[in-house]
Design a protein around this ligand. Structure first.
Ligand SMILES: *[C@@H]1O[C@H](CO)[C@@H](O)[C@H](O)[C@H]1NC(C)=O
Ligand SMILES: *[C@@H]1O[C@H](CO)[C@@H](O)[C@H](O)[C@H]1NC(C)=O
Ligand SMILES: *[C@@H]1O[C@H](CO)[C@@H](O)[C@H](O)[C@H]1NC(C)=O
Ligand SMILES: *[C@@H]1O[C@H](CO)[C@@H](O)[C@H](O)[C@H]1NC(C)=O
Ligand SMILES: *[C@@H]1O[C@H](CO)[C@@H](O)[C@H](O)[C@H]1NC(C)=O
Ligand SMILES: *[C@@H]1O[C@H](CO)[C@@H](O)[C@H](O)[C@H]1NC(C)=O
Ligand SMILES: *[C@@H]1O[C@H](CO)[C@@H](O)[C@H](O)[C@H]1NC(C)=O
Ligand SMILES: *[C@@H]1O[C@H](CO)[C@@H](O)[C@H](O)[C@H]1NC(C)=O
Ligand SMILES: *[C@@H]1O[C@H](CO)[C@@H](O)[C@H](O)[C@H]1NC(C)=O
Ligand SMILES: *[C@@H]1O[C@H](CO)[C@@H](O)[C@H](O)[C@H]1NC(C)=O
Length: 458
């Protein structure tokens, strides 16, 4: 008798024991596990499928299931002899066997059920054969919705402060954390620092560009949950300070306003929190604070000079940063009556309208002129080549090949040719020519519809 054992195939992990008997017959015990690793969900039942084939007459079949959970010693779960299931009293409500195959049924999975499950099948015939198979079971707990704690929660100053987000889940096994900004995965940045499992995310230092909606995505093999969005408060600025007015012209930093007007100047800058503004009037040698606040009203009558320099100084009291911009106000003397008649704000509009109208009229004039020139040129070309008799019979086309399309359209063309013989009406065609006293030939082309052609022509 000879016993051969084929080594495990890595993927199928099946053990094959081939028995070649002395009588030359061949029989085998084949034990297979369709999946060597199984993922289960806590609280749900799980089946560990096992199949065995035997082609040898046997007197007894024994199936044993064991659980290895290091460092605990292997636990005996259940057994079956001759297709009779014998539970272990400790686990009788937990494990059952799916006879006649050797599959194990776990009623309700628990995290502690994780481990390597080993099945051993013994057969007794002329000789005793046994085979084992191992299935690794992993139990997963679905993740709960993650929660983000941010530090500091009250706000961070750009370029100075750091921001830390901590993401945690109350339930879930083997959780993988990911971070999203405005719904998309974070772009790489040198200011980002992650903890090893990525559950802690730090931005150091914080920039204005870090403003956004952050969320944390917690996932594992069986589930995925996203946290609520958190929008950190980041203090920054002021940036891009500029001054705008509600009246007058602005060229660069120079405002031109009319005498008698009262103008409001607004200071606008990108800043969080909104900056405070101080408005400063610059004299020859002195500076004078004329107002505090986001805007400043200038009453032009109250200003003695024609040109005044002002300074707007914006200050963010949290970032401690400021910016200032200078602007000049020129007060132009304008007659108050004229001012009321022609509001200065209308002048650019009027200019644009005037220019537009001029352009439109010019284009129209050129178009009409070109068309007139074209007719002249055609008539001039046609006339000298033809004898007068033929000319009289031939309809004259003035740029139109088909007169039928020209129903109701009359064209009046002057032919400045005094050499042509005197002609009167030529009723044979649809065109008529009139020779006036001064020798100018006028040609009238007319198309008359069918029913009207019987009428006497003029
Ligand atoms: C084992 O037997 C049960 C019931 O007879 C059957 O439902 C199951 O599919 C079998 N398992 C395998 C892996 O063949
Ligand atoms: C199993 O069945 C065989 C005969 O079919 C018998 O000889 C053997 O004793 C049985 N084993 C047990 C444990 O009942
Ligand atoms: C199961 O066995 C494999 C080796 O075959 C081992 O790597 C793994 O850690 C074991 N699993 C458990 C839960 O003990
Ligand atoms: C911010 O983080 C940097 C680098 O981790 C550290 O050097 C700095 O002290 C931190 N600043 C604050 C205010 O915590
Ligand atoms: C971002 O960083 C990861 C890991 O450091 C790297 O694999 C990836 O290519 C980087 N992506 C970009 C756009 O730099
Ligand atoms: C962040 O979310 C708020 C409302 O939840 C939304 O108004 C805002 O536009 C979002 N910001 C960005 C940058 O998507
Ligand atoms: C500044 O000096 C000029 C002459 O140098 C003078 O005309 C003007 O009135 C002065 N302005 C003020 C505010 O004193
Ligand atoms: C401005 O101040 C300087 C010295 O600070 C002085 O010499 C000059 O006379 C002053 N000019 C005017 C217009 O007050
Ligand atoms: C900072 O400025 C804001 C807005 O102008 C104001 O509401 C706040 O009271 C100021 N805080 C301090 C400490 O001055
Ligand atoms: C035709 O000639 C008459 C006098 O000879 C003149 O009064 C009239 O203006 C001329 N007409 C044209 C169109 O030249």
């Amino acid at each position: 008798m000879e016993l051969l054992c084929c080594p495990n195939s890595a993927l199928r992990s099946s053990i094959c024991i081939i028995l070649i008997s002395v009588f030359g017959t061949c029989s085998a015990l084949k034990l297979t596990a369709p999946s060597p690793a199984i993922h289960g969900i806590e609280g749900q039942p799980l089946t560990l499928p096992i199949n065995y084939d035997l082609n040898v007459p046997v007197s007894a079949v024994q199936i044993i299931w064991l659980l290895e959970r290091p460092p605990a010693p292997p636990a005996y779960l259940l057994t079956s002899i001759n297709h009779t299931f014998i539970p272990d009293l400790e686990f009788q409500h937990k494990f059952t066997m799916n006879l006649p195959n050797a599959s194990l049924l776990i009623n309700s999975l628990h995290v502690s059920d994780e481990g390597n499950y080993t099945v051993k099948v013994n057969i007794q015939g002329q000789t005793t054969l046994s085979a084992t198979q191992k299935i690794e079971v992993t139990v997963h707990v679905p993740v709960s919705q993650p929660v983000i704690d941010s530090e500091p929660s009250y706000g961070t100053v750009e370029n100075v402060g750091n921001l830390t987000f901590k993401c945690h889940v109350s339930k879930g096994t083997r959780v993988i954390y990911e971070w999203l900004k405005n719904g998309s995965p974070l772009q790489n940045s040198s200011s980002y620092i992650f903890s090893r499992d990525k559950s802690i995310f730090t931005i150091a230092p914080v920039m204005k560009t870090d403003i956004g909606n952050y969320s944390c995505l917690a996932s594992n093999y069986i589930s995925e949950m996203e946290s609520d969005v958190i929008a950190p408060i980041i203090y920054y600025g002021p940036y891009g300070l500029r001054v705008i007015s509600d009246k007058g012209f602005k060229v660069g930093e120079v405002f031109t306003i009319s005498n008698g007007e009262s103008v409001r100047f607004d200071c606008s800058a990108d800043s969080n929190p909104p900056n405070t503004c101080a408005w400063i009037q610059r004299g020859n040698n002195s500076t004078e604070i004329v107002n505090y606040g986001p805007y400043f009203k200038l009453l032009s009558e109250k200003v003695r000079q024609k040109t005044v320099d002002y300074l707007c100084r914006a200050y963010n009291n949290i970032t401690g940063k400021g910016e200032e911009t200078q602007f000049t106000v020129i007060i132009t003397p304008i007659d108050p009556e004229k001012l009321s008649l022609i509001p200065s704000s209308l002048s650019p509009l009027a200019a644009i309208t005037g220019v537009s109208l001029f352009v439109i009229f010019s284009i129209c004039f050129i178009f009409v002129w070109k068309k007139y020139q074209l007719h002249r040129a055609i008539q001039w070309k046609l006339q000298p080549r033809r004898p007068s008799t033929e000319y009289r019979r031939t309809p004259i086309y003035s740029g139109h090949e088909d007169a039928i399309n020209d129903f109701g359209i009359y064209e009046f063309v002057s032919l400045p040719d005094s050499t042509a013989p005197h002609r009167v009406i030529t009723p044979s065609s649809n065109s008529l020519q009139i020779h006036d006293i001064n020798g100018t030939v006028y040609e009238v082309i007319q198309f008359v519809p069918e029913q009207m052609q019987n009428d006497p022509q003029p």
